[in-house]
Design a protein around this ligand. Structure first.
Ligand code: 5GP
Length: 208
């Protein structure tokens, strides 16, 4: 049977640069499948339907929850965000590694039901970088930015439930760290049970 793919989950403070890291990671590792989330938030300038998100209404979102079509979901700064289930399950079953870029509540939900998920949290070297980036992006009002920073403050105490942390100073270093995590996870002994069994058989054949 084909080995299932790895489920990599990247979260981080708003403005920590996780979106950029994931985008660059995908462009360098195009065998990894990126899950496109559904959201009820407004489309930002430059964003595209089906590329950045599926933009749906609150009713549509709640229908998806009721039908069990969400792998996970969370409410974040007054909007719903969720991962459509069918894409993720299919890709993992087919042996592809899948990456989700989601906030912390959703990531911890996934970890509770799927312990093999690999949780990675992105932080900046200094908190001031978050404020600078969020204002510099110019896509949100000062009030929304304040709410996002407040949310980050609440998230700090839950970082300990993650498996890895990336301190995002230089983009290229951060992308390499994500690649290193993926590579190391693939080298775990549990992924080599078939090879180990085969070697055992071969060794027994040699000594007998
Ligand atoms: P933004 O509005 O900046 O695109 O996203 C806000 C937050 O929602 C980010 O932390 C992002 O990672 C998270 N997010 C995006 N998609 C999902 C999702 O499908 N599920 C969850 N739980 N969070 C998501």
């Amino acid at each position: 049977m084909e080995e299932k793919g790895l489920l990599l989950i990247v979260s981080g403070f708003s403005g920590a640069g996780k979106g950029t890291i994931v985008k660059e990671f995908i462009s360098r590792n195009n065998d990894v499948r990126l899950s496109v989330s559904a959201t009820t938030r407004e489309k930002r300038q430059g964003e595209q339907e089906g590329v950045h998100y599926y933009y749906i209404s609150k009713d549509q979102f709640e229908n998806m929850i009721d039908r069990g079509d969400m792998f996970e979901y969370a409410s974040y700064v007054n909007n719903y965000y969720g991962t459509p289930k069918s894409f993720v399950m299919k890709q993992l079953e087919e042996g592809h590694d899948v990456i989700l870029e989601i906030e912390m509540q959703g990531a911890l939900q996934v970890k509770r039901m799927y312990d093999e998920a690999i949780l990675i949290f992105v932080v900046p070297p200094h908190a001031k970088d978050l404020e600078d980036r969020l204002f510099g992006r110019g896509t949100e009002t000062a009030e929304v930015i304040k709410n996002r920073l407040r949310r980050s403050c609440e998230e700090v105490d839950l970082i300990k439930y993650y498996d890895y942390i990336i301190v995002n100073d230089q983009l290229s270093d951060s992308v390499r760290m994500l690649e290193n995590i993926r590579n190391a996870e693939h080298l775990k002994v549990k992924h080599y049970e078939n090879l180990i069994d085969k070697l055992k058989g071969e060794l027994q054949g040699i000594i007998n």
